[in-house]
Design a protein around this ligand. Structure first.
Ligand code: ZN
Length: 315
C-alpha cells in the first residue's frame, strides 16, 4: 500500500466504501430471506437478532441497525437504492424504522417514503433532529444500566403526562402504607401485582424474585376440565407441570444449543393432536413465539401464504 500514490489511495478507498455499501445491502437482503424462512429459529436462535449476534458475530448495535434497515427496505423498496448510493446511511435507516415503530405505537402511520426522502443525505444528528421535529414523542430515550455490583439499575424512561398523573394517583392510594413512595417502589408494586395476576390467570409460576405475597399462594385455581370440542385446552395442573419441566424457558434445542427464550411462551404439542398426539406431559413442551411459528411453518412445508397461526396455548 505504501507504493500507492496519494490519489490512487483515495480512489481505492472510495471504491472500497462503495463496495462496502453494496455488501451491506446484500447482507440485509440475505437477512430478509433468513427472516422470511425463519431459519434462525430452525437453528435454535430465539430471534433474528440473537442469530445475528451469536451466529454471525455482529455486535449488538451492528445487528440492530442491519435488522432495522432490513425492515425499512421491506416496506420501502426505494430505501435499498438510497442505501446503495449512500444517500441513506445505515444508522439513519435504522433510526427511521425505530421512529416508525414508535409512531405506530401511538396510532400514527407516517409515510415511510416521505421519511426516507426527508432524511436523505443528513448526518445522524441532523436525522435525529428532523425526526424529533416531526414527532418529539416518537424519540423517547430509555436507558437501563447497572449501577453497582449488587445489581442496582438506573432506569431512565420517558412517560406521558397521563401516565405521570396515574402514578401520582397510585402514590396517593398507597400513601397509608407507604407514605411518599419512590417511583422505584411504585414500579415494584405494579410489577408484583401484574405478575401475581398473570400467574393466577395462567396457572404458572414466573419465578419472580421474592415478593411480599408468594407466587404459590396466588395460584389457587382448581384444575379445569377439558371441555369437549376444545382439543387444545389444557388443565392448569398440566400447564404447571409443563412449565416446571421447561423451567419457564423455550425448550427448542438443536445441535445441543437450547433456545431458552422467555419471549411469548406457548405450550406446543410435539406430536400434534390432529395426528393423534396426546395431552400427556411427555408430548408437551414450551416454545417461544418464534419457535412455535417456525415449527408450524415447517409442518406446512413453508407455505407462508396459507400459513395459519398454530393452535397453541399462550403462557
Ligand atoms: Zn425459542
Amino acid at each position: 500500500m505504501k507504493e500507492l500514490t496519494s490519489s490512487e489511495l483515495i480512489l481505492r478507498t472510495k471504491t472500497l466504501v462503495t463496495q462496502e455499501r453494496r455488501i451491506t445491502l446484500a447482507l440485509i437482503e440475505h437477512l430478509a430471506e433468513i427472516s422470511r424462512r425463519m431459519l434462525y429459529a430452525e437453528l435454535g436462535y430465539s430471534s433474528l437478532w440473537d442469530f445475528a449476534t451469536r451466529e454471525l458475530g455482529l455486535s449488538e448495535g451492528a445487528a440492530q441497525r442491519r435488522i432495522q434497515a432490513m425492515r425499512l427496505v421491506r416496506d420501502v423498496p426505494e430505501a435499498a437504492a438510497a442505501l446503495e448510493s449512500g444517500s441513506l446511511s445505515l444508522s439513519n435507516a435504522a433510526k427511521v424504522q425505530s421512529f416508525r415503530q414508535a409512531e405506530k405505537k401511538m396510532g400514527r402511520k407516517p409515510d415511510p417514503r416521505e421519511l426516507v426522502t426527508q432524511v436523505a443525505n443528513l448526518s445522524q444528528r441532523e436525522c435525529e433532529k428532523t425526526l424529533f421535529e416531526i414527532s418529539p414523542e416518537a424519540l423517547p430515550r430509555e436507558s437501563d444500566r447497572i449501577l453497582s455490583a449488587t445489581e442496582v439499575h438506573e432506569l431512565k424512561i420517558v412517560i406521558s403526562s397521563k401516565l405521570h398523573e396515574k402514578l401520582q394517583l397510585l402514590k396517593g392510594f398507597l400513601a397509608h402504607s407507604n407514605p411518599d413512595a419512590s417511583y422505584g417502589e411504585l414500579l415494584e408494586y405494579l410489577a408484583t401485582e401484574a405478575l401475581l395476576r398473570l400467574e393466577k390467570q395462567k396457572g404458572i409460576q414466573t419465578r419472580m424474585p421474592s415478593t411480599p405475597a408468594t407466587a404459590a399462594a396466588a395460584v389457587k385455581n382448581p384444575p379445569k376440565i377439558i371441555p369437549p370440542g376444545r382439543r387444545g385446552y389444557l388443565p392448569v395442573t398440566l400447564r404447571k407441570q409443563v412449565w416446571a419441566k421447561s423451567d419457564g424457558r423455550c425448550e427448542f434445542t438443536v445441535d445441543g444449543r437450547r433456545c431458552s427464550s422467555r419471549y411469548r411462551l406457548e405450550v406446543d404439542h410435539i406430536k400434534s393432536l390432529a395426528i393423534s398426539g396426546s395431552n400427556e406431559v411427555t408430548n408437551l413442551r414450551v416454545l417461544c413465539w418464534h419457535h412455535n411459528q417456525q415449527q408450524a411453518l415447517e409442518k406446512l412445508g413453508r407455505r407462508r401464504d396459507s400459513f395459519k397461526k398454530p393452535a397453541a396455548e399462550s403462557l
